[in-house]
Design a protein. Sequence first.
Length: 134
Amino acid sequence: MSERKIRVLVAKPGLDGHDRGAKVIARALRDAGMEVIYTGLRQTPEMIASAALQEDVDAVGISILSGAHKTLCPRIVDLLRENGMDDTLVLVGGIVPAEDISVLKDQGISEVFLPGTSTEDIVTYIRANVRSAE
C-alpha cells in the first residue's frame, strides 16, 4: 500500500502580479514527490482558504511580495482555523521585513522563507512538519 503524498496549496494573495518564485517553489515541491495545487494570481484570503479546504491540503504556501503580508496572511490563517484546518501548515515566502517575521509567527504562520532560501530547505521543512503524511 502506498503512502499518501503531502498536499500543498501554493497561493498568490492580493494584487501582486509576480509569480515566478511561486512557480519555482511549486515545481520543486512536485519534484520532491509532493502534490501541488497552484491557485494562480490575485487570490483573496477567502479564495485561498476555500481552495485549501476543498483540496484537503497539508500545507498552504503563500507567496507575497506586495508588502500586505501583515494583513493578508493572518486573515488566511484565521479562515483556515475557522474551517477546522488547525493542523495545516501555513508558510510564507517572499519579501518580509525581519521585524515582521515574529509577528507573523505569533499570528499562526508556521515559517517564513525569505529570498535566497534553497528549495531543498523548504522541502525538508514541510516533510518534517506535516503530520500524518509521507
